[in-house]
Design a protein around this ligand. Structure first.
Ligand code: S2G
Ligand code: ZN
Length: 476
């Protein structure tokens, strides 16, 4: 952060904008902003500021720009790629006071909420009107809508309803220079100029600060059944999911999985028994939704050789208990050790071959390392969690990234790029794409003050190119 006098001056200016109780400089209070929930990402905040409106965010950004300090946006701090963890005395712009929840509009089935509203608050409000929000995450109690839009969060229901992008009907946001973009009408057809809201979805807080979001709600089928099915390996699991997809169509809301290693960590963490009569290699969790009889829909696809390896539930408590074996993996892994998480996607046909190659690649790095693989099988989204490496050791990520490319996948399915994968972006995006991203970043944030050193790889140092030319010149 800038030298002491400007920091003190800035603190006073920020206090005049948001109130002195909402400018945090106390080191103990800043600690909660400086570490992600897994312990994998740590850093140092200069200050934290908690604006309560778009106008206050605009004034905060203008003040930070004038003071020459950098800003990182943080909502529920549930991110997993270091995107919201402050570095080098950045100012943390905490969005949790942007917590207004509007009245859902029954005609359009839309609602406008503040960026700091949690996913669970949106779900609760929508369900009061017989509607629902089509994205669900294990971190629903902490994850904020602003963070989910900024990372285009996926989750288990993306298979049926799409990622968060599919549920965004408009945004209000503040650009690094303090100017406000507002498109909250929610009009289905509005093709006037570039679609700036779409550009900001998934931009991970590096192009603008999202302050309010117009969400599209949905009506989901009234009843759901969940089945937890044990199979030998991911090849069997992939075949099973393809069978469910063909047999159930839109009634299939989710098809997740967890491997044996992950399930054992969950049973130990939750102090629960194995869910099935015998241990299996992979546990598939499917959710079937239907207004009439989801269990019957499920039974229509069921195969006779599942007899001893399936548990089905329809009442809420049973469904939640079965989902817990999958949804608790993150927490169980983090309780065991600081994980190297690698969220990725590959075509369904490549899931099993990729997972085998990934396990071998990690074993080659360290035979003692533990690899836990789980995720959203229906959309080829795997969460590879590697345990046993120091946080700063980037060998697991560097070993996995080329394998993703070899299997026709993406190095980020739903968690974003953040700090973790910025130097790996080129393994999934072309040089032309990255140059276009740099041009957009330069246009909207010329000083690079928002989310510095995240998402985009470090720009090539022109001196290196000059050295290269000099070396070539000499060698000619
Ligand atoms: C999941 C949550 C975070 C993690 O469980 O689907 O997206 O642990 C993850 O990777
Ligand atoms: Zn996930």
């Amino acid at each position: 952060m800038a030298d002491a006098p400007s920091a003190v001056a800035l603190q006073g200016t920020l206090a005049s904008i948001v109130g002195e109780n909402h400018v945090i400089s106390d080191r103990d209070r800043l600690a909660s902003y400086e570490r992600d929930w897994t312990g994998r990402w740590e850093g140092r905040a200069g200050l934290a500021v908690r604006p309560a409106s778009t106008d206050q965010v605009a004034a905060v950004m203008a003040a930070c720009g004038a003071a020459g300090v950098d800003v990182v946006v943080q909502g529920g701090n549930t991110g997993l790629v270091g995107g919201a963890t402050p570095m080098d005395d950045e100012i943390v712009l905490d969005t949790t006071r942007l917590d207004e929840v509007g009245e859902p509009d029954p005609a359009s089935r839309q609602v406008t909420v503040g960026a700091g509203v949690t996913l669970e608050e949106v779900q609760t409000r929508a369900r009061r009107d017989g509607l629902d929000f089509a994205v669900d995450l294990p971190a629903r109690g902490q994850a904020t809508i602003g963070g989910m839009v900024a990372t285009n969060a996926g989750g288990a229901l993306a298979l049926r309803y799409g990622t968060t992008r599919s549920s965004v009907a408009g945004v209000e946001a503040v650009l690094p220079d303090g100017s406000v973009l507002s498109r909250l009408s929610g009009l289905l057809k509005d093709n006037a100029g570039y679609d700036l809201p779409s550009l900001l979805v998934g931009s991970e807080g590096t192009l603008a600060v999202l302050t309010r979001i117009r969400l599209a709600l949905t009506r989901r089928p009234r009843r759901r059944a969940v089945a937890l099915i044990g199979v030998d390996d991911l090849a069997n699991a992939s075949t099973l999911v393809a069978t469910f997809r063909d047999g159930l169509g839109d009634a299939l809301e989710a098809a997740d999985f967890v491997d044996r290693q992950g399930l054992e960590l969950v049973c130990a963490r939750l102090h629960v028994r194995d869910p099935l009569p015998r241990p299996c290699g992979i546990y598939v969790v499917v959710q079937v939704a239907d207004d009439e009889d989801p269990t019957a829909r499920l039974a229509a696809v069921e195969s006779e050789d599942w007899a001893d390896v399936v548990a089905v539930g329809e009442d809420t408590q049973r469904c939640e208990a079965l989902w817990a074996y999958r949804e608790s993996v993150s927490e169980a892994v983090a309780a065991y050790d600081v994980p190297h998480k690698f969220d990725l996607s590959v075509p369904l046909s490549e899931v099993a071959p990729f997972a085998d190659a990934a396990r071998l690649a990690i074993e080659a790095l360290d035979a003692e390392a533990k690899t836990v693989i789980y995720g959203h099988l229906g959309d080829g989204n795997l969460h590879v969690n590697v345990l046993g490496f120091r946080p700063a050791d980037d060998r697991p990520a560097r070993a996995l990234a080329p394998l993703v490319a070899e299997h026709g996948g993406s190095i980020s399915a739903e968690h974003g790029i953040g700090r973790q994968k910025r130097e790996l972006l080129g393994s999934t995006r072309s040089a032309a794409e990255i140059d276009a991203m740099r041009a957009i970043k330069q246009a909207l944030d010329p000083r690079g003050m928002l989310g510095r050193d995240r998402v985009l790889p470090a720009a090539p140092d022109p001196r290196d190119e000059q050295d290269e030319v000099r070396r070539e010149g000499v060698s000619r």
